[in-house]
Write a protein that binds this ligand. Sequence first.
Ligand code: BG6
Length: 464
Amino acid sequence: MDRHLFVVLGATGDLTSRKLLPALYDLMRDTDDCVVLGAATADLGDEGFRKQCVEALVAEAVAAAEAEEWVATHIFYERVERDGDYRELARRVEDLERLLHLPGNRVMYLAVPPDVVPVAIRRLGDAGLASSLGWTRLVVEKPFGRDLESAQTLNHLAHLHFGEQDVYRIDHYLGKETVQNLLVFRFANPIFEASWNRDRVERVEITVAESIGVGSRGRYYDETGVLRDMVQSHLTQILALVAMESPTRFTPQDVRDEKVKVLRSIQPIRPDDVVLGQYQGYREAPGVDPASGTPTYAALRLSIDTWRWQGVPFFLRTGKAVRRHETAVAVTFRGPPVCLFHGKPDDCMSAGNVLYLKLQPEEGFSLVIEVKEPADMFTVRRIPLHFSYTEAFGEIPEAYETLLADVIEGDPTLFVRSDEVEEAWRLYSPLLDGGLAVHAYEAGSWGPEEAMALLGGDLWATGG
Ligand code: BG6
């Protein structure tokens, strides 16, 4: 790993304390290769910021003495508020590099609210912080833009200062082991890949269900809504990995080329292919407009216009404050062409193998197959074959650890390319103008009634 300076803008925010610092600590505690320079508007010196960092690490179960030792030698702070402060930041970066004999490799991590991202990129560029003696990589959190037009503008701005190969757009779902495993599952197991098409698959459902509401993020969420917060990013990334063709080689370019092709093949989404909802009680959350029409739930039916997927519906759905916390992909295979063992034809219609790829919280998969019950009659039962990730491998690394290591190593495979982010916005932008009805649903339910009709049979409610 190259020695480098890891600059975090927005260093006093939630993302830094809950995700970035713990991940950097886990990755870097035994090395001097990484020095962190936090920057934010608060008037803190190095010591004030270090104190916050220790608290954040202790909250993540790091022993206080170890946290203090690491923080004292690896963490620095610079206040940035106005334009001119970025020049000061640039001076501090150079001073630290000189003092600590760093070779000029830099990560510029924007852990700032979406509306600050363009300003920060411009200021970094103007202050000369977009290039250095070594490499400089810009990391931007999702959502990247608010719609197609703003994403294009933001890409243009980023490219004025940074090469595309140095822009790392984070979608933390791509750092989850089980999401990455979708590629291995599909392209290392020919037994499934041979059936992964319109001849064998009846429908695909991608579910990201959250049992918690918006909590303390009301202000951000109310301006963002479920389509921007979850669908355009996490669900669309999972969809791309499930539906893409095999890349020629496992390189960043080949993998991302295939993902972009799938996104470009999705048919425009019609209003009757979407159901939006808002959980009851959302409007009382802190920071939320009491008359808010922001959706917290979405169910969508997508069609992919390719030889592989023509005619197979892909259902996406996600919601806050629903009954269970679960992220899963359910692939329902077509039933047998002849109904030998079921008494009634209707039973046969519903019979078919289902593969549940469970991304969280119980990572693994189960494949539902039909078996004969031990009895003298031919009674057929559906049972799941299980594989559990934690049983096989123990604890799974945090997504941010994987992604930060990739930024530092310079591997962009798990990051979203500029054309990819634009294609994803192109899909959903027509749905973002607030013209669709938003149906109320009870917190702790499976979402609005209207969604059940769209989904046409609900695997979510029945388990897997
Ligand atoms: C974030 C969204 O990107 O992902 C949140 O902004 C959401 O609204 C979160 O709760 C879910 O992530 P995870 O890793 O907990 O499934």
